[in-house]
Write a protein that binds this ligand. Structure first.
Ligand SMILES: Cc1cc2nc3c(=O)[nH]c(=O)nc-3n(C[C@H](O)[C@H](O)[C@H](O)COP(=O)(O)OP(=O)(O)OC[C@H]3O[C@@H](n4cnc5c(N)ncnc54)[C@H](O)[C@@H]3O)c2cc1C
Length: 415
């Protein structure tokens, strides 16, 4: 079916999957990005397609844990208080959501979005030939330091998961010779996957380029969005662009772009770090992806490289690498997983998770005519991208919500 013309602002994993879903359903689509394909937070994230572990950060007990983390120099959390009302408003709302009931309600919604996203990603892979992004159902082992935490996790697992004690974890994963002895055990999920998010975006971009409804990738820095009757035009540094529909999928930059339109998006950048290191024949890298639950450090083998991802820093909107945080991550990874890869050739990276206080994304109309939102996927944007894109496309096409998501809302009002 022929529909109108759409511009998707942002060529990260959320924008590219959205452009594909719209092109497939008949929109003539352009993608617009200042830096090209997946050069923002989608560049070198943790690579986990974490369909089971979707519980949001806001939970009962987190404020107390956060105090402990802040006192630990190698802890997962940093907070630099700023004279920025956005930071304080976001934190206030986050703290209000730190309770079990809200956590469970959001986790249940996100679990369904995750399952739907898994189906949508598999459709892209097997129905449309999106390949070559080191996808592997490698399994996931989440490690717990205390028997009590392991017991709680075991009580919540389903029949397809396994609870391993310390000896089993170490026998299954020889890479755990240093980290394993600190752990009580872990929960193993066979059906979790890893992949290279950047390579996925490049592969989907190749398919888009060949799509008859794709009008092209425009390289320009958007300066502002201007409402004009029933549509919103986009003023870039080089040109002004107009279309029947504009989708804002610009990650954390979406907040400042939407503000002049009167839209206060509840987004804050949660900065994280990753290391990417080659795995040579002498290294002993983990087979499954490994999560150190208390320290919030992830290790994932992505093809012939090891990705180590960690840290949640509330320090404002800067991608600059803080050398103290980088050294801290290197120290932790080298001490816990010393033989897993070539640390001498580790490539460091930092990115900004576009996070809402509740952890749920915003997918749907903005309230401004012609402007749609697909943003706020936070710590799980790679995991949720394919499903979020289909959900937005169904709304833009005036279609029923996909069956797997019926009854759920990811609207601006619901975060
Ligand atoms: C350390 C770390 C580890 C992570 N690990 C995982 C993981 O294991 N699994 C998972 O699912 N998720 C993970 N994430 C989260 C995931 O990476 C993000 O949720 C996801 O990349 C967000 O994608 P996006 O498309 O919304 O944003 P981005 O990838 O940031 O894309 C936004 C795009 O908008 C463009 N843009 C911005 N402003 C403008 C402008 N003014 N004009 C033109 N273009 C503009 C940017 O150039 C960019 O390309 C991790 C994140 C971090 C930081």
């Amino acid at each position: 079916m022929r529909r109108g013309q759409a511009i998707v602002l942002g060529a990260g994993v959320v924008g590219i999957t959205t452009a594909w879903a719209l092109a497939e359903s008949g929109w003539r689509v352009s993608l617009l990005d200042a830096r090209g394909v997946a050069q923002g937070t989608s560049l070198r994230n943790g690579g986990q397609l974490s369909y089971r572990y979707v519980a949001p950060l806001a939970d009962a007990g987190v404020p107390l844990k956060a105090l402990r983390w802040l006192l630990d120099p190698d802890g997962p959390l940093r907070w630099r208080p700023q004279a920025d009302p956005v930071q304080w408003t976001w934190l206030g709302r986050f703290l209000a959501l730190c309770n079990g009931a809200d956590n469970r309600a959001t986790a249940a919604r996100l679990a369904r979005l995750g399952q739907f996203s898994r189906v949508c990603l598999h459709d892209l892979m097997h129905g449309h030939g999106v390949q070559g992004f080191a996808w592997e159902q490698a399994g996931k082992l989440v490690l717990y330091r205390s028997a009590a935490a392991l017991g709680r996790a075991a009580a919540a697992m389903d029949t397809s998961q396994e609870c391993w004690d310390q000896a089993q974890c170490m026998a299954q994963e020889p890479a755990l010779d240093q980290l394993g002895p600190k752990m009580a055990g872990g929960i193993y999920s066979e059906d979790e996957a890893v992949a290279d998010c950047h390579a996925f975006c490049l592969s989907l971009m190749d398919k888009l380029q060949a799509h008859p409804n794709f009008m092209g990738l425009l390289l320009d820095t958007v300066q502002r969005l201007v409402p004009e009757g029933a549509r919103v035009s986009v003023v870039g540094q080089r040109e002004t662009y107009g279309a029947d529909a504009l989708v804002l999928a610009a990650g954390i930059a979406s907040r400042s772009l939407a503000l002049p339109l009167g839209l206060k998006l509840p987004l804050y950048p949660l900065k994280g770090y990753s290391l990417d290191l080659p795995i040579e024949s002498e290294h002993v890298a983990p087979r499954a992806s490994i999560t150190d639950f208390e320290r919030k450090v992830l290790y994932a083998r992505i093809g012939s490289r090891l990705r180590v991802a960690a840290m949640v820093d509330l320090v404002g909107q800067t991608e600059a690498i803080d050398q103290r945080r980088l050294q801290s991550l290197l120290r932790v990874a080298q001490s816990d997983m010393p033989r897993a890869g070539d640390y001498a050739r580790a490539q460091p990276w930092a990115g900004l998770r576009p996070a809402t206080p509740s952890g749920a994304p915003i997918i749907g109309p903005s309230g401004v005519r012609g402007l749609w939102l697909n943003l706020g996927q936070g710590a799980l944007g790679f995991t949720f991208a394919a499903g979020s894109a289909q959900l937005l496309a169904s709304q833009m096409n005036g279609q029923e919500t996909p069956e797997m998501l019926q009854g759920l809302s990811f609207s601006l009002e619901s975060v």
